[in-house]
Design a protein around this ligand. Structure first.
Ligand code: SIN
Length: 278
């Protein structure tokens, strides 16, 4: 699927591997439902899709997410007032950290990690604040046959506690009383819709590989965390006011670049429920 016309809608890839912008689609009206199949097709091919000039309401953003599944709340974020399933992504002069500064897939510490996330940015810095996305299909395909075989039977633990407690310490927020999710997932997962295989460990949540000695597990994870950051697996998105990024959390990782302090960057994210990785 290269650049092509769907009546007036244009799909413009960012790289051959990952990322495509869908142009001339209005996500604010009732048309999102009509566009569902096209968005899904482009998401499956490019793993992250981008839209520009989407000055849409919170309800329209939620409606868009709900086309793809139930929305979920975040285990360490109270969400927007009256909309607990809307996460506020915000940084300004007084911020001590930002969300997603290291490569990760969202909330992989749950038994059923999100299918995807939809982020709309309504305030952006003059420059900087890009988000980088990496294709876990490409990262998997970039391994040798022997390494793929070695990884294929392995499972890894994803623990929310170390990351979320460190976030809370930094920003002076109390930890959630009932603790944080922890889950075990295959190191290589199969996408339930495309059938493609991708690496599913990340440096925010994955603590160790089950059944390996700690030193062995540390070495393998360190290798994978470096491997999946290779530029040839990536695209980089330059935000404008009212841009939207919709990433498939099952086959990508992303990193938010905090190079714009003390400027402000603000947006809302909705997160769509996923299923148990296999
Ligand atoms: C995130 O959801 O990890 C934040 C992404 C971003 O702010 O670009």
């Amino acid at each position: 699927m290269g650049e092509k016309n769907h009546s007036e809608v244009i799909v413009q890839p960012l790289t051959p591997v990952i990322g495509a912008e869908i142009k001339n689609m209005d996500l604010g009206g009732n048309s999102s439902g009509t566009n569902f199949e096209l968005i899904k097709e482009v998401l499956h091919r490019y793993q992250v899709v981008f839209f520009r000039n989407q000055d849409i309401t919170v309800d329209a953003q939620k409606d868009l997410g709900e086309l793809f599944g139930e929305l979920v709340t975040h285990p360490n974020d109270p969400g927007l007032d009256g909309h607990p399933e809307v996460m506020i992504i915000h940084a300004d002069e007084s911020s001590k950290r930002i969300a997603g500064e290291r490569w990760h897939s969202d909330v992989s510490c749950t038994d059923e990690p999100p299918m995807g996330s939809i982020l709309r940015m309504f305030q952006v810095p003059r420059y900087g604040g890009d988000t980088l996305f990496s294709s876990m299909y490409a990262a998997y395909d970039g391994l040798s046959e022997l390494m793929r075989e070695f990884l294929s039977g392995l499972r890894a633990v994803h623990d929310g506690a170390p990351y979320y407690t460190s976030v809370n310490r930094k920003i002076g927020r109390k930890d959630a009383g009932e603790g944080y999710p922890k889950a075990e997932h295959p190191v290589v997962r199969t996408h339930p819709e495309t059938g493609k295989r991708g690496i599913f460990v990340n440096e925010i949540f994955t603590t160790h590989i089950v059944g390996l000695e700690k030193s062995e597990s540390d070495l393998v994870l360190r290798f994978l965390f470096e491997h999946l950051k290779k530029p040839e697996f990536q695209c980089r998105f330059r935000w404008e006011k009212d841009s939207i990024a919709f990433w498939d959390n099952r086959c990508t990782q992303h990193l938010a670049m905090w190079d714009y302090w003390p400027e402000v960057r603000s947006g809302y994210r909705v997160t769509v429920k996923g299923d148990r990785p296999f």
